[in-house]
Design a protein around this ligand. Structure first.
Ligand code: SAH
Ligand code: SF4
Ligand code: F3S
Length: 444
């Protein structure tokens, strides 16, 4: 078999896209390798959410160039969001590239490779396909590997929200939901292959089913539907938007035992003026109201979030509102970013008024606060039992396995490898905490 080396930047959507490329290429005679030097084909699945993601991509390609120079038969492709965003410009900047494709061409990866081989000419192939959604990865046939106990299922592609800072609506196009039957089939298939936990995936999962489905179904109905599939032991979803969060979904948290008690709900800022300028279309009071409602139904629910500091016009007071909201909610974890202007987005037209130094300083402050909060929350699990789905071997020497508890904390556990195996759900007595990991012993 030929060898393909795949590298991924960006979000879970991109990870899932890379997995699909691996599967499709496997059926075209390519096996995945971890060594670039051995590869016949190198694909970098890119992200353009912040400038840093772009820079990392360019420096990676800088390192790949000598390989291509030494071996002209090597095929070098750039896929994903940066490809969609910059298209031809990328070929001008990196003439040694063979092709650039966007996120909607991921399923055509074999055709792209064939085209290079038959024409020997570089090309750009981007654009959105409004007819197609993500197709079901083949339900039969040989596979490069099995899904593991925790599997992702894409339920919707694209985003219609157009938050003013965000490139995603431009790189992924309009929202399109997959038909429920197709999703149920995919979940059944994954369970048959050993998946115990299903994580529903999309830039905006709770926009699911708003329009365009032949068999209309709302997001919460999808949750109830998946919960009925035998063998699904855990259900999660990322990412949802506060504005699409319905009462019915809150009720689903209460009704469905398998819906894990964790919600990742990006807040971005704690200040109403900033939220407005970001076009999040909700106030901080509405956001807090939602969390409170959820908490009253599911008292042990954990929240995590995304935060941007240094958005244009963010004053010191506005920034402090973000710190206040973080302290008030007590997030178990946060993804925190300094605002990065993105070409073509509305916020890019605003003066980038917060100097880099201040952005950095604010970022450090939110990180320090989150660190403190995570530490405190982690301690609250010590000497308690947590239920853990074993997802793999632990990388820490003293522990046999790693997994997650319902609140999505990493757990390293000591356990007899002859007694437990990957995919089992076990009770673990937590002994101590390191960073965002709970450490403990399995209880028989
Ligand atoms: N669809 C998800 C998040 C998508 S991008 C949602 O709406 O919640 C992941 C995170 O990256 C965003 O939540 C935001 O916090 C951050 N992000 C997006 N664009 C950014 C930019 N231009 N600068 C800094 N952070 C950004
Ligand atoms: Fe970007 Fe906003 Fe869409 Fe999330 S909801 S992907 S932040 S535009
Ligand atoms: Fe990046 Fe595209 Fe995801 S821009 S964050 S890879 S949707």
């Amino acid at each position: 078999m030929k060898q393909v080396y795949l590298d991924t930047f960006g979000c879970q959507m991109n990870v899932a896209d890379t997995d699909r490329m691996e599967l499709i290429l496997f059926h075209s005679g390519y096996q995945r390798t971890q060594a670039k030097e051995d590869a016949d084909l190198i694909l970098v699945n890119t992200c353009s959410i912040r400038e840093k993601a772009e820079q990392k991509t360019f420096s990676l390609f800088g390192g790949l160039k000598p390989l291509k120079m030494a071996n002209p038969d090597l095929i070098l492709g750039l896929t994903g969001c940066l490809g969609q965003q910059d298209g031809k410009k990328l070929l001008q900047r990196m003439p040694y590239l063979d092709f650039v494709i966007g996120p909607d061409q991921v399923e055509e990866i074999s055709q792209a490779v064939d085209r290079v081989q038959s024409t020997n000419k570089s090309f750009v192939w981007t654009g959105f396909d409004q007819e197609k959604t993500y197709s079901i990865p083949e339900l039969s046939g040989k596979k490069p590997r099995s899904p593991g106990p925790s599997a992702f299922v894409n339920i919707i592609k694209g985003c219609d929200k157009f938050c003013t800072f965000c490139i995603v609506p431009f790189t992924r196009g309009r929202e399109k939901s997959r038909e429920p039957e197709e999703l149920f089939n995919e979940v059944r298939h994954l369970v048959k292959q050993g998946a115990k936990e299903i994580i529903l995936l999309g830039q905006n999962v709770n926009s699911y089913g708003k329009r365009g489905l032949k068999n209309p179904m709302a997001f919460h109905e999808l949750l109830y539907g998946i919960a009925e599939i035998p063998g699904v032991q855990r259900l999660r979803f990322i990412t949802s938007h506060p504005n699409d969060f319905t009462r019915e979904t809150i009720r689903a948290y209460r009704d469905l035992d398998i819906l894990m008690n964790h919600l990742h709900l990006p807040v971005q800022s704690g200040n109403n003026q900033v939220l407005k300028a970001m076009r999040r279309d909700h106030t901080i009071e509405e956001y807090m109201g939602l969390l409170e409602e959820l908490k009253s139904e599911v008292p042990d629910i954990a929240f995590s979030t995304d935060v941007i500091v240094g958005f244009p016009g963010e004053t010191e007071e506005a920034f402090e509102d973000t710190l206040k909201i973080m302290a008030k909610v007590g997030y178990s974890s946060s993804y925190m970013f300094a605002y990065s202007p993105r070409p073509g987005t509305p916020a890019n037209e605003l003066p980038d008024s917060v100097p880099d130094e201040i952005k950095k300083c604010r970022l450090q402050k939110v990180i320090a606060l989150q660190h403190k909060q995570s530490g405190k929350l982690g301690q609250s699990f010590v000497e308690k039992n947590v239920e853990v789905l074993i997802e793999g071997k632990s990388s820490k020497p003293d522990f046999a396995f790693k997994g997650r508890n319902p609140q999505y904390w990493n757990v390293n556990l000591q356990a007899g490898e002859d007694i437990f195996k990957v995919g089992d759900t076990v009770n673990v007595l937590v002994e101590n905490v390191t960073g965002h990991s709970l450490n403990g012993k399995a209880i028989l």
